[in-house]
Design a protein around this ligand. Structure first.
Ligand code: ATP
Ligand code: MG
Length: 884
C-alpha cells in the first residue's frame, strides 16, 4: 500500500461509517493567539469541542497537516535521529462531536487496523489512562487483547492536551511491536527505544482547561483521534523507519544526489539527509500556507527550520543553495493530496533560494565577526566567549546561536550558553512587553466572556454606521490583574462589552476595527478596538461618563469620518490585487494586507522588485476601474459556488460553507467579509506611494485613495511650485537647472580647496620666521590653526606641510560649529621617536575628545572649540614628553 492508498482507505473507512470528510486546515491556526501552528487534527475543531461553534457534522474524518516545532508539542530535536518523529507530518483522524464515545472509537480503530489493514493482532498493544476502567474493559471486550497487552499508563502519555489551555482529556493508544520475534521487554524500555511504536491515539475529549489550569467538563463528551500517516506507512510497507517509505525515499534520494552522498553511506550523514528531507516538507508547506521567513513568531520558526536544513547541508559539504532544488520532488510525492504545493511552487522555490543565499552569505560574513570576537576575548585573557557578545552577534548579524557555538568549539574557545540565554530572555521580555501585552489581555478577557456562553453578535454595520436600541449582553474587565466577568463598567474603567447587535466592524481580513462611541441615557463610552471570536464581537471600551451596565439598552455610532475612507481603501485593495495579477501574472499571491482609514498596504509574493514602469501601469489599471464607476456586487453564496465562479480565496484563511463575495464585475471577485464602497467611483483617485521588499520573495505596495491621494498630490504640487519660484524656472526645467547648479558648486568647492591649500602652504614660512616651525630638542615642529575644511582636505594639508618640512612633526587644527579636528603627521625618519597616534591622543584630551592612528599619521576630534589654541600651544610639550 503506498501512502496515497493508506490516506484514502482511512477516509473511505470512516466515510462508510457516517463520517463527513473535511479538508485539512492550514498550518497556521485561524484566530488562535495561544497556538503558533496546527499540531493535531483537532485544532480546527477546538471551538466545536468547547461548544462555541457548530461542528461541520456530528462525525467527521480528516487528514490534517501538522507541525510540531514549538510550544507543548515540539519534536524538532528528535528529528534526524528518530525514525518516527518529524516536524511536519500528516495526522489521520476521526472525530465525534457528542455522537459516539469510547466504545465507538475503540471499535472503529481496532476494526480498521486488524481487519481492513490486516495488522497482526498478536503484535499489538493498547494503553489506557491509569484509572480509566471503562477504556480498559472496552479493549478487553472489543479486541480480545490479553490483559498483558493492555497497559495502564500515567498522565505523561495518556492524558492529551493541545496546549496549556483548551480542550483535553484522557486517551488510549494503539502500539505495535516492531520486533515481535525478539523476547518481549519492559513497556518503558520498549517504547523509549522505539520498539513499541505508537500508531494511533484515541482522545476522549472531556475537559476544557482554563488559564488557571482548572478542568471544566465539556458540554458533550467527544472523540478526537490521531494516527500518523508516516508511521502507518512504515508498518504497512514493512520497513522499520518512516524515512524508508514512499513518502520520504524520493526526497532522500534527490538530496543524496545533490550532495553526492547517497542515503545509507554513513550513520551521521544519514541523519543530515533525514533532517533535510524532513525540513524541506515543513518549510515548503509553511510557505504554501502563506507564512514568510522573518524575524518574529511564525516567520522566525520558518526561517530557523530552513537554516537548520542549510547547516545540515553544509555538514554534507554543500556550500551552495540546494534546498530549493528539492521542492519539485516534494511536489511529486505529495502534490496530489495537497494542490497548494503546485499553486505555490515557483514562489516557494524563489523564496527558499533567496533565503539560502542570504543565510550562506550571513554565515560567511558572520563567521569572520565571530573570529574577531573570539580574538578580542582571548586578548582580554578570557577562555570563554561571553554570552553578551554572542548575543550581539546573533542579534546584529543574524547568526544562529548554534553556529556561533560551533565556531567557538572549532577555535577551542568555551561558550557561555547561560549568558546567551539570559541576554535572549531579557530581549524577549522587552519585546513582549512592548507588543503582545495588549492583545494578550484582550484574549484573556475574551475567554472570560466566551466561557460563560454568549450568543453570536448580529453585525449590521455593512449598511449602517449608527444603530439604536442594542442590548449589552456581557461585560468583563481586569481586576487585580485577572480577567473577570463584570456587571458594570464605571466612568474611567476599561473593559470588554458584548452586545446583541453591532455596527462596529471587528478587525479581520486586514481591515482595521471601527472606532466610535456607545451612548445610553446619562452615559458614554468610547470604542477603541473590536475583535471577533467565534462569531462574538468583543468591543474594547473605555467609559467616559456614567456607568455601563449589563442589560442596558445603548445606541451605537461608528466614526463615519474613518469608516468611509476605510471602505475606499478596501475596495481599492481588491482592485490592486487584480491589477497586480493582470500585470505580473497569476503567480502573485496575497501575503497580507492592511486596510486603514488613512492608507492601504498590500503584501504579495513576487520574486523581484516591481519596476517603475510596471507600477505606473498597475496604477493606471486601478484608476481605469475607478473612473468607470462600476457598481460593486456583494453577495452571499455557497463556498463551492463562489470558487467555481472564479472568486479568489486566500491561502491560510478558513471559510465556512456560506461565504460573502465582493465583486467588481469584469475585474475582481474575492471572498471577503470587509466593508466596501458601493461604486468604484467613490474611490476618487488611487496612487501608489511605495514599493519595496519586506522578506525574501515578498513585496509590499503602499497606496492612498480619495482625500488622502488628493492631499498628497496637492502637497507635492505646492512643494514643486516653491521649487519653481526659488529657481526662477518652470517645473520641466527644474531638474536641469539643479544639475547645473550642483555642477557649478562642485567646481567652486574644488577651487576653494585649492586656494586653502595654497594659503596654508604659503604661510608655512621658513625657519625662524613668524609662523614657521619651531625646534623641540632638535626636531622641527610646525603647529598651525587652519580654516575649516573637509576631513580629506585636512589630511592633504598635513601631508603637504610634512613634505615641505623634510624632517619634523606637523600638527594642524581647525574648529567649526562646536567641533574640533586635529591632524598630526610625522616624517618617516622620526616615527621611531615621536608617534603621531600618541601625540593626538594627548591633545584630544584637552579639546574634550579622543582619537588615534598610525605612528606617522593620526587624527582626533573634540567638542570644545575654545580649547583649540591651548591644545596647539601644548604641542611642543607633548612632543617633548614623547621624546623623553
Ligand atoms: P510520541 O509519544 O511518539 O511522540 P505523541 O504522543 O506525541 O507521540 P500524539 O500527540 O498522540 O503523539 O499524536 C497522535 C499520533 O500522531 C501519534 O500516535 C503518531 O502516530 C503521530 N505523531 C505524533 N507526533 C509525531 C511526529 N513528530 N512525527 C510523526 N508522527 C507523529
Ligand atoms: Mg510526541
Amino acid at each position: 500500500m503506498d501512502s496515497r492508498d493508506i490516506r484514502q482507505s482511512f477516509i473511505d473507512y470512516f466515510r462508510d461509517r457516517g463520517h463527513k470528510p473535511h479538508p485539512s486546515a492550514p498550518l497556521v491556526p485561524h484566530g488562535d493567539p495561544t497556538l503558533l501552528f496546527t499540531n493535531a487534527g483537532m485544532v480546527q475543531f477546538k471551538n466545536a469541542f468547547i461548544g462555541h461553534e457548530e461542528p461541520p457534522a456530528p462525525r467527521v474524518v480528516t487528514a490534517q497537516k501538522c507541525l510540531r516545532v514549538s510550544g507543548k508539542h515540539n519534536d524538532l530535536e528528535s528529528v534526524g535521529p528518530s525514525p518516527r518523529h518529524h516536524t511536519f507530518f500528516e495526522m489521520l483522524g476521526n472525530f465525534s462531536f457528542g455522537d459516539y464515545f469510547k466504545e465507538g472509537a475503540i471499535r472503529f480503530a481496532w476494526e480498521l487496523v486488524t481487519e481492513v489493514w490486516g495488522l497482526p493482532v498478536e503484535h499489538l498493544y493498547a494503553t489506557v489512562f491509569h484509572d480509566d476502567d471503562d477504556a480498559y474493559d472496552l479493549w478487553k471486550k472489543l479486541s480480545g487483547l490479553p490483559e498483558s497487552r493492555i497497559l495502564r499508563c500515567g498522565e505523561k502519555d495518556n492524558f492529551w492536551a493541545m496546549g496549556d489551555v483548551g480542550p483535553c482529556g484522557p486517551c488510549s493508544e494503539l502500539h505495535i511491536d516492531l520486533q515481535p520475534d525478539r523476547p518481549a521487554v519492559d513497556w518503558e524500555e520498549g517504547s523509549e527505544s522505539g520498539r513499541y511504536l505508537e500508531l494511533w491515539n484515541l482522545v476522549f475529549m472531556q475537559y476544557d482547561r482554563n488559564e488557571a489550569g482548572e478542568l471544566h467538563p465539556l458540554p458533550n463528551p467527544s472523540i478526537d483521534t490521531g494516527a500518523g500517516l508516516e508511521r502507518l506507512a512504515a508498518v504497512l510497507q514493512g520497513v522499520s523507519s518512516n524515512y524508508d517509505t514512499d513518502l520520504f525515499l524520493p526526497i532522500l534520494e534527490a538530496a543524496g544526489t545533490v550532495a553526492k552522498v547517497p542515503y545509507g553511506s554513513s550513520v551521521e550523514q544519514d541523519v543530515s539527509l533525514r533532517v533535510i528531507a524532513d525540513h524541506l516538507r515543513s518549510v515548503t508547506f509553511l510557505l504554501a500556507d502563506g507564512v514568510i521567513p522573518g524575524n518574529e513568531g511564525r516567520s522566525y520558526v520558518l526561517r530557523r527550520i530552513l537554516r537548520r536544513a542549510v547547516r545540515h547541508g553544509m555538514r554534507l559539504g554543500l556550500e551552495e543553495p540546494f534546498l530549493h532544488r528539492l521542492v519539485p520532488v516534494l511536489g511529486e510525492v505529495m502534490g496530489d493530496a495537497y494542490p497548494e504545493l503546485a499553486a505555490t511552487r515557483d514562489a516557494s522555490v524563489a523564496t527558499i533560494r533567496t533565503e539560502e543565499e542570504k543565510f550562506l552569505s550571513t554565515l560567511a560574513a558572520g563567521s569572520r565577526q565571530v573570529q574577531e570576537e573570539i580574538e578580542t576575548a582571548r586578548a582580554n585573557g578570557l577562555e570563554v566567549l561571553p554570552g553578551e557578545r554572542a548575543f550581539w552577534l546573533y542579534e546584529t548579524h543574524g547568526l544562529p546561536v548554534e553556529t556561533i557555538e560551533e565556531i567557538a568549539e572549532e577555535e577551542r574557545m568555551g561558550f557561555d550558553r547561560e549568558g546567551f540565554d539570559e541576554a535572549l530572555r531579557r530581549q524577549q521580555e522587552r519585546s513582549r512587553q512592548s507588543a503582545g501585552e495588549g492583545k494578550k489581555r484582550l484574549a484573556a478577557l475574551t475567554r472570560t466572556v466566551l466561557e460563560e456562553g454568549v450568543e453570536e453578535t448580529r453585525f449590521e454595520g455593512y449598511d449602517h454606521l449608527a444603530l439604536g436600541g442594542a442590548r449589552v449582553l456581557r461585560l468583563a474587565k481586569e481586576e487585580g490583574g485577572r480577567p473577570l466577568a463584570a456587571a458594570t463598567l464605571a466612568a474611567g474603567e476599561s473593559g470588554v462589552a458584548v452586545l446583541d447587535r453591532t455596527v462596529f466592524y471587528a478587525e479581520s481580513g486586514g481591515q482595521v476595527a471601527d472606532d466610535g462611541v456607545i451612548t445610553w441615557p446619562g452615559g458614554r463610552a468610547r470604542v477603541t478596538d473590536v475583535q471577533k471570536e467565534a462569531g462574538v464581537f468583543l468591543h474594547l471600551v473605555r467609559v467616559e461618563e456614567g456607568t455601563l451596565r449589563q442589560g442596558e439598552t445603548v445606541d451605537l455610532q461608528v466614526a463615519a469620518g474613518e469608516r468611509l475612507p476605510t471602505q475606499r481603501n478596501h475596495t481599492a485593495t481588491h482592485l490592486l490585487h487584480a491589477a497586480l495579477r493582470e500585470e505580473l501574472g497569476e503567480g502573485v499571491r496575497q501575503a497580507g494586507s492592511l486596510v486603514a482609514p488613512d492608507r492601504l498596504r498590500f503584501d504579495f509574493t513576487f520574486h523581484r522588485p516591481v519596476e517603475a514602469e510596471e507600477l505606473r501601469r498597475i496604477e493606471d489599471r486601478v484608476n481605469d476601474w475607478v473612473l468607470r464607476a462600476v457598481p460593486t456586487h456583494i453577495q452571499e453564496m455557497g463556498y463551492q459556488e463562489a470558487v467555481a465562479a472564479g472568486a479568489m480565496a486566500l491561502f491560510g484563511e478558513k471559510y465556512g460553507d456560506v461565504v460573502r463575495t465582493v465583486k467588481v464585475p469584469g475585474f475582481s471577485m474575492e471572498l471577503c467579509g470587509g466593508c466596501h464602497v458601493s461604486n468604484t467611483g467613490e474611490i476618487g483617485l488611487f496612487v501608489i506611494t511605495a514599493e519595496r521588499g519586506i522578506a525574501s520573495g515578498v513585496r509590499r505596495i503602499e497606496a492612498l485613495t480619495g482625500h488622502g491621494a488628493i492631499a498628497r498630490a496637492r502637497q507635492r504640487d505646492t512643494g514643486l511650485a516653491a521649487v519653481e519660484e526659488a529657481l526662477g524656472t518652470t517645473a520641466d526645467r527644474a531638474v536641469e537647472e539643479i544639475e547645473s547648479l550642483k555642477a557649478d558648486l562642485k567646481e567652486r568647492d574644488k577651487e576653494l580647496s585649492a586656494l586653502r591649500m595654497k594659503i596654508v602652504a604659503g604661510a608655512a614660512a621658513a625657519d625662524g620666521e613668524e609662523g614657521g616651525p619651531t625646534e623641540v630638542d632638535g626636531i622641527k615642529v610646525l603647529v598651525r590653526e587652519v580654516p575649516p575644511a573637509p576631513a580629506g582636505e585636512l589630511r592633504n594639508m598635513a601631508d603637504t606641510l610634512r613634505s615641505k618640512l623634510g624632517s619634523g612633526v606637523v600638527v594642524i587644527g581647525t574648529r567649526e560649529d562646536g567641533k574640533v579636528s586635529l591632524v598630526a603627521a610625522v616624517t618617516e625618519d622620526l616615527t621611531g621617536r615621536v608617534k603621531a597616534g600618541g601625540l593626538v591622543r594627548e591633545l584630544a584630551g584637552i579639546v574634550g575628545g579622543g582619537g588615534g592612528g598610525r605612528p606617522d599619521f593620526a587624527q582626533a576630534g573634540g567638542k570644545d572649540p575654545d580649547k583649540l589654541p591651548e591644545a596647539l600651544e601644548a604641542v611642543p610639550d607633548a612632543v617633548r614628553k614623547q621624546l623623553g
